[in-house]
Design a protein around this ligand. Structure first.
Ligand code: SAH
Length: 347
């Protein structure tokens, strides 16, 4: 049994099972989540007997950080080796006073978007809440070596977060519990989805208050279905309906990601169609110039075309930024995560 990934309330229950008080469980959660102390021996205010009993039942196990690859732009890719030997990655991205961590939720991904390298792996399995929270604790330990701490979390790594909803929700509860958990504000957490309509509804009803990002990538069903097979199950109409129902705080917006692919979805008419689709939605659009990978059947548009697309949206009154991905040189940019990396598997 791994203590990482357990809710503070579950630690309280465990403490009682072991003959201690609920208070002992709260101390345990405080050590692990609030202080980042992972050795039972270092938890000095826990009685020795309790620690011994605990050690017989449970461990505090982080995923093993197998590799840390630095990029020229200051970001770092962390590759984790999990208990069953499979690998996932997370990306640390410093930017002025913030450090964003991009987290994985699955080994591989089953949604097969045509432009995404992770999609070529297929789905291997879901991550546990321990493996999700573990990525953050490991990354924070690394950041702490420089006296810093992860400030923002985005579920935009490998996998589809809403296809692993139970573990995701549990991890978010641990990460946002301000008293006994890691204590991140939900407004600093973003969950990105390929567009799983039922999952969006369920995430909304959990009332976690996290930001929602939709991987849109096209403003017509015809183009979107070609790029994203999921659109054949949940088309743009049903998707936008679910987005409109997602509960937002007063100044909160829904993010829309739109990967720009030359000659596929990057024309002025595509931009106008996107503006029409988003009419009446509190939206912020992130345009992601396509990140290349070996054998990809797409190309990044020229800079002028990217900026023209952005202008059309801005003229329509839609907040729009161009997200130049970090870590492109180390295979850590959006859509480039795959473990093992293609080069490595070829040798
Ligand atoms: N499965 C979730 C989480 C992944 S987020 C989702 O689809 O939202 C990763 C983001 O990068 C998604 O918006 C994805 O569509 C985008 N992406 C995938 N491949 C890409 C590529 N080659 N270049 C740029 N962005 C890409």
């Amino acid at each position: 049994m791994n203590l990482i990934g357990m809710l503070p309330s579950e630690m309280e229950d465990l403490a009682v099972e072991l003959g201690g008080s609920r208070y002992r469980g709260r101390q345990l959660a405080t050590w692990i989540y609030r202080k980042g102390v992972l050795s039972l021996g270092a938890m000095s205010d826990l009685p020795r007997d309790f620690r011994v009993a605990l050690a017989e039942r449970a461990a505090v196990a982080l995923p093993e950080t197998e590799r840390v690859t630095p990029s020229q732009d200051g970001s770092r890719k962390l590759v984790f080796r999990l208990d069953d030997g499979s690998r996932v990655s997370a990306v640390l991205m410093p930017d002025d006073d913030r450090i964003t961590l991009c987290l994985s939720t699955q080994v591989g991904c089953g949604y097969a978007c045509a432009f995404c390298l992770t999609g070529t792996m297929g789905l291997e399995r879901n991550l546990t809440s321990a493996e999700i929270v573990g990525q953050l604790l490991a990354a924070n330990a690394l950041a702490l070596e420089e006296g810093r701490r992860v400030t923002h979390l985005v579920f935009m790594g490998m996998g589809e977060p809403l296809a692993n909803l139970a573990a995701l929700v549990k991890a978010i509860r641990i990460l946002t519990d301000a008293r006994l958990g890691v204590g991140y504000s939900p407004r600093r957490i973003t969950v990105s989805t390929v567009g799983l309509v039922s999952g969006i509804g369920r995430l909304g009803s959990e009332n976690l208050k996290v930001n929602l990002a939709i991987s849109l990538h096209a403003a017509s069903d015809e183009v979107r279905s070609r790029l994203m097979p999921v659109n054949q199950s949940w088309n743009l109409g049903t998707l936008m309906e679910a987005v409109r129902r997602y509960p937002l705080a007063p100044r909160q917006r829904v993010f829309f990601e739109y990967v720009l692919l030359e000659g596929v979805n990057d024309s002025p008419e595509d931009a106008r169609q996107l503006a029409r689709l988003l009419r009446g939605v509190r939206a912020k659009v992130n345009l992601i110039p396509f990140n290349d990978w070996e054998g990809a059947p797409f190309r990044r548009p020229a800079l002028a075309r990217i900026l023209a697309f952005q202008s059309t949206l801005l003229d329509a009154g839609i907040t729009t930024t161009v997200r130049w991905s970090k870590g492109e040189d180390i295979g850590a940019a959006c859509g480039q995560l795959r473990e093992p990396m293609p080069e490595a598997s070829a040798t």
